[in-house]
Ligand binder design. Structure first.
Ligand code: GLA
Length: 775
């Protein structure tokens, strides 16, 4: 311990020393920032960081100042911002800091608004952003190991960080700028334990000119993984600050305590209820941290919108909505919510000497737009560009395409009805035979089989694949899009494919041929609308199916009629006085090709009945009565992760946890996270996992969806119904591992949160087998 403390203080004093000796700063530094023995020190004075997260990429640049003024008016003294490598280096070796990627400008405005900046450049960022911020072109290497010391990953990562240093280095406090701290990677403890990997990234940031304190963030349970004394640790949590900081003190016996991500709400995924936070608890925990001189960063203070095709997906595959409202204190359109005013009021009681809180800026004007009928459309199959031929279908990346859609075409012989099966489709495969839609292949439930009808003569088979965002968390970020071959018809492998890339970028949109609309199948629709005085508005997309929407060439994001989001935020600066062009790609068929501008967003309207996967989960029969449990045992009370090993390994495709009762004696069961351990006791990858069966899940009053138990996030959870019904135990959750596996045990993370939360399972049984589920 004594050695450790000397090491930590030594490295931090060194950093502090570095801080005081400005390098070739662009401007003499007027301020100093350091990590002291007990406190953060700004100009040598105690500094409590009241920080909030805002992503420049998720706010129209014309509104950066407005949102930063809102942050200041909420009582924050610092903003925290991720960088997204894939946005800054869209093509290998080509950096683009223009437009929404101009983070240097964002930082300068933050400084002008008297806010300090904490920078989180990655290279991996997570953040419900496409591939967690990693560039898709890394996936051109078939066997690359992302987020490791694989040189095919680390070399471009270093090159990127060098570029970040070139552009943002001059904005460090040491050189007169607002940047006080820089994060290395993001929650790496969730993925690995390679201390050297973190060391290499740390060094890369130092070599690229960063001399402010470098830190790392992890949830409480992962703080020890890959811990380095020369990286200041912060802990991420959504509640129970006392517990979080207790865990942090185990790796940081001395020094200021900081929560790197404190969640006021949460993000939404398509098909699941909109998330809203527990505000009284949020305010209580904030006050607790303020009172105890602990620092924090509210994730998100303002979520904004994930414009374009940048929205990621939670694992195993739960695509994120484009709205990133996050139930944050500052709403998606930058409006002050009740939570904003409550936070502002609270912070006003804990200001540091010399600090004050300005009035919030005026709300930006909001308009409505009368309903607009779309009369022109450009069918996808009439707008296919040049084809690329290949014997077998390749993934999108192998065709050098990063995002959007792709059509795979081949000819199938005349013959009997037969099963068309693809190894995997990322993410949705709309199947057409001679232009007639036959069905949809759906990654959410590993549904990659479709029955093809009998064919009198050879027919053209088209599989239109829509790639949604790449998974942004866990190993699953290795998310290659398109078709993962082979493709079989019956037992015959289909070959000689033509692929038509549809990158949905500006260039492609500019080449579409629009014609008077008629029933069109998957198509782009176009309309123009006259606007007298532009204002913020929300495009109503409830009568459309599934796709992407643009206004005046700006891609507003994805939409999907299953919800929960039913509108797309349109920032006024992207509208023009006079004619405005709206283009909507609909991969299904609109109920009515009409939209309008609403003065309010719709963030919480679910329509499971409109889901082309008609049923949320295929009807199966659970046969436990003939099965023998592998284990009957009890979980202790509390929130601690339980790792359970069986006396002898079991084998099977299905893993079933059956709750017999709960610690609070109530009829509910809940699970924060489940991992299944392989023969060597290591967690199996969740790739290809689905929920095969669940007897009950709350999906009205909150998002208690069963998939929450296998998505890697401990902040959300599966919860049995408690709203319109309260079915009693036994409750069963069955995971389909995708194929038969040897299982030696499992890891159970109870529902997190305070003592009073329900659903913590007490007695339970485990079943493993191939015959638990009859389809
Ligand atoms: C994690 C990540 C963040 C974000 C949140 C969920 O903690 O670090 O980037 O993904 O979860 O919103």
């Amino acid at each position: 311990m004594k050695l450790y403390r000397t090491l930590l203080i030594a490295s931090l004093t060194l950093a502090a020393a570095q801080i005081r000796i400005p390098a070739a700063a662009t401007r003499p530094s007027q301020h100093t920032f350091a990590i002291g023995t007990n406190d953060f020190l700004l100009d040598g004075e105690r500094f409590q960081i009241r920080c909030g997260e805002i992503h420049a990429a998720r706010v129209p640049r014309e509104y950066w100042r407005h949102r930063l003024q809102m942050a200041k008016a909420m009582g924050l003294n610092t903003v925290c911002a991720y960088l997204f490598w894939n946005q800054i280096e869209p093509q290998s070796g080509k950096f683009d800091w223009s437009g929404q990627a101009d983070v240097a400008e964002f930082c300068r405005i933050a400084q002008e608004e008297k806010l300090w900046v904490i920078l989180r450049p990655g290279p991996y960022s997570c953040a419900e952003w496409e591939m967690g911020g990693l560039p898709w072109w890394l996936l051109k290497y078939d066997d690359i190991k992302l987020r490791t010391r694989d040189p095919r990953f680390l070399d471009p990562a270093r090159r990127y960080l060098k570029e970040v240093g070139r552009v943002l280095g001059p904005l460090q406090v040491t050189r007169g700028g607002p940047i006080i701290m820089v994060q290395v990677e993001n929650e790496y403890g969730f993925l690995g334990k390679d201390v050297e990997y973190m060391g290499q990234l740390r060094q890369a940031l130092i070599d690229s000119g960063f001399n402010v304190p470098l830190f790392e963030c992890n949830p409480a349970g992962q703080l020890r993984n890959a811990f380095r004394p020369d990286l200041f640790p912060v802990v991420n949590f959504g509640s129970d600050p006392a517990g979080g900081f207790k865990a942090l003190r185990r790796v940081l016996p001395q020094g200021p305590l900081m929560c790197g991500e404190f969640y006021p709400g949460w993000f939404d995924t398509w098909g699941s209820p909109h998330h809203t936070g527990n505000t009284p608890r949020y305010l209580g925990d904030l006050e607790y941290m303020l009172k105890n001189d602990e620092s924090f960063s509210i994730y998100m203070a303002h979520g904004g919108t994930t414009f374009g095709l940048w929205a990621g997906a939670d694992r195993p595959f739960k695509p994120d909505t484009s709205s990133y409202d996050y139930d944050a204190p500052i709403s998606e359109a930058g409006w002050p919510t009740e939570k904003f005013f409550q936070t502002r009021q609270l912070f006003a009681q804990y200001l540091l000497p010399g600090e004050s809180i300005p009035e919030p800026p005026a709300k930006n004007p909001v308009i409505s737009i009368n309903p607009v009928e779309f009369t022109e459309c450009a069918p996808i199959f009439a707008n296919l560009g040049k084809a690329v031929s290949s014997k077998s279908p390749l993934t999108m990346e192998q065709y050098d395409q990063g995002h959007g859609c792709i059509v795979y075409r081949t000819t199938v012989p005349a013959g009997q009805a037969a099963t068309l099966e693809v190894a995997a489709v990322h993410d949705f495969g709309f199947v057409f035979l001679d232009g007639k839609e036959i069905g949809v292949m759906d990654r959410r439930k590993n549904g990659f089989k479709i029955e093809l009808p009998p064919r009198a003569q050879p027919a053209t088979l088209d599989i239109l694949v829509e790639a949604m965002g790449r998974v942004n968390f866990g190993e699953e970020v290795q998310d290659r899009k398109g078709i993962h071959g082979p493709v079989k018809l019956g037992t015959d492998e289909l070959s000689d494919w033509k692929a038509f890339s549809l990158p949905l970028d500006k260039k492609m949109l500019g080449h579409l041929h629009f014609a008077p609309a008629k029933n069109s199948g998957p198509a782009f629709w176009r309309a123009t609308v006259k606007i007298e005085s532009p204002g913020d508005t929300f495009l109503d997309l409830r009568s459309w199916g599934k796709g992407v929407v643009w206004i005046n060439g700006h891609c507003l994001g994805r939409y999907w009629n299953i919800g929960p989001t039913q509108t797309a935020y349109v920032p006024a600066p992207w509208l023009k006085r006079g004619k405005n062009e709206i283009v909507i790609l609909d991969l299904l068929d609109p109920e009515k090709p009409v939209t309008a501008g609403l003065p309010q967003p719709i963030l919480n309207e679910l329509h499971p009945e409109k889901d082309f996967a008609r049923v949320h989960r295929p009807t199966v029969t659970l046969t436990l009565n003939t099965a023998k449990p592998v284990l009957t045992a009890s979980f202790p009370a509390g929130t601690a992760t339980q790792e359970v090993h069986f006396d002898a390994p079991a084998r099977g495709r299905y893993f079933c946890l059956e709750s017999l009762n709960a610690h609070d004696g109530k009829p509910y069961a809940a699970i924060g996270e489940l991992d299944v351990l392989d023969a060597a006791g290591q967690p199996l990858s969740h790739e290809g996992w689905t929920v095969a069966y669940v007897d009950s899940e709350e999906r009205e009053r909150e998002d208690g969806t069963a998939e929450n138990a296998i998505d890697g996030q401990t902040a959300n959870f599966w919860h049995t119904q408690w709203g319109s019904a309260q079915p009693d135990h036994p409750h069963r959750l069955v995971i389909d591992l995708g194929k038969s596996q040897t299982v030696s045990g499992f890891r159970y993370v109870p529902r997190q949160g305070g003592e009073d939360v329900g659903g913590r399972i007490k007695d339970y049984r485990i079943y493993v087998g191939d015959a638990l589920i009859q389809r």
